[in-house]
Design a protein around this ligand. Structure first.
Ligand code: UD1
Length: 334
């Protein structure tokens, strides 16, 4: 582990991806302080080895005091709103919770001398790519306020890193799924919209069926194709990114976080059927607004830049881990 010289602050560390990053950082030996307002996150999802500060990331006073009190040397920023259709109907919520809150947090980081910043960005920054696999240098033309709110945050980081002694890594996530293989965390959001979450809810009897949004895309089987990445591999990428930021303080990075291969909706549902040895009912529905046919990462940059290799990239492994967590949620009465 690179020598950081302080703690890591994880915003949104009580949420789905953030809680897995907290586990990965703790397992790698870092000390972690979580800042989360617990609006969509859960306090029980935060590993007890971390300190939890219940606060909004835009609360400058609390955030700055936390940075000082804990000797924070790096920030990993997950907190934000993530529901794409909601961003269309309530764009100002996204520009507040994602863009404006990130601006506040970056300002707190700069004023307190935090040297490293890792940002959870998204493939939604590309909009509908002209070609797949999509590369980091390809045009970023978001088709919804969610993607734009994250792209604006990337721009702020780029400008701030050029002006102040801070470097950053923005990871553009593709479709995150699965759960901690040790069963310590998983996707716990009620009313989630993600395909694999919905499919394992159907497999555990929480839903009757899964709707397939569009069967007439220009893909091999007509259904949408996505690059599903295991949340634990994604969490490990943040740990690897931190090491690189510390080792090379003059360099910043924008990196696709995906595996570079895609699966269709039907292939995902086939995997769920295979893993559970049952058949979930598929309903054919129309396309969902704003869904691109195919979204696949070119991941050569992340592979070249970070000491990181996918470990749980089989689709069946992702589904098995998601399913195990869904069953555990049931046992926990959630
Ligand atoms: C979107 C965003 C992504 C964001 C994520 C979480 C874009 C391009 N991507 O991913 O950045 O992080 O939401 O909010 O905006 N599907 C069904 N039936 C369902 C659910 C989904 O057929 O019940 C299909 C979708 O049409 C799509 C695929 O499954 O083809 C994956 O959908 P989903 O899991 O919702 O993620 P994205 O929309 O790809």
């Amino acid at each position: 582990m690179a020598k950081l010289g302080g703690k890591v602050m994880v915003t949104g560390g009580a949420g789905y991806i953030g809680s897995h990053a907290v586990l990965a950082l703790l397992d790698a030996g870092y000390e972690v302080v979580v800042v989360d307002n617990l609006v969509t996150g859960f306090d029980w999802a935060v590993d007890p080895r971390a300190t939890l500060v219940e606060a909004n990331v835009a609360d400058d006073e609390r955030v700055r005091a936390t940075i000082r009190d804990h000797g924070v040397a790096a920030i990993v920023h997950f907190a934000g709103s993530v529901v794409v259709p909601e961003s269309v109907t309530d764009p100002l919520k996204y520009y507040r919770n994602n863009t404006a809150a990130t601006r506040s947090l970056i300002e707190s980081a700069v004023s307190e001398g935090v040297r490293h910043f890792i940002f959870s960005s998204t493939a939604a920054t590309y909009g509908t790519p002209a070609k797949v696999p999509v590369q980091e240098g390809d045009p970023t033309v978001p088709i919804n306020p969610y993607g734009m709110s994250k792209l604006m945050s990337e721009a702020m980081l780029r400008d701030v890193a050029a002006a102040h002694p801070m470097n950053f890594a923005a990871l553009r996530y593709f479709n995150v799924a699965g759960a901690d293989p040790k069963g310590r965390s998983g996707q716990s959001t009620v009313g989630a919209t993600h395909l694999i979450k919905i499919a394992v809810e159907a497999a555990t009897g929480k839903r009757d069926s899964v709707a397939i949004f569009g069967t007439d895309f220009d893909t091999a089987d007509g259904t949408g194709v996505r690059d599903y990445i295991h949340v634990s591999d994604l969490a490990a990428a943040h740990v690897a990114a931190l090491a690189v930021l510390v080792a090379r303080p003059a360099d910043s990075h924008i990196l696709n976080a995906g595996y570079g291969r895609g699966f269709s909706v039907n292939q995902v549902l086939d995997a769920v059927d295979r893993v559970t040895n049952q058949t979930i009912e598929r309903r054919y529905a129309g396309r969902r607004a704003g869904d691109p046919a195919e979204l696949i990462a070119d991941n050569s940059a992340i592979l070249a830049t970070l000491d990181w290799r996918p470990e749980r990239d089989r689709l069946d492994t992702i589904v098995e881990d998601a399913l195990a967590w869904e069953r555990k949620l049931g046992e926990m009465g959630r």
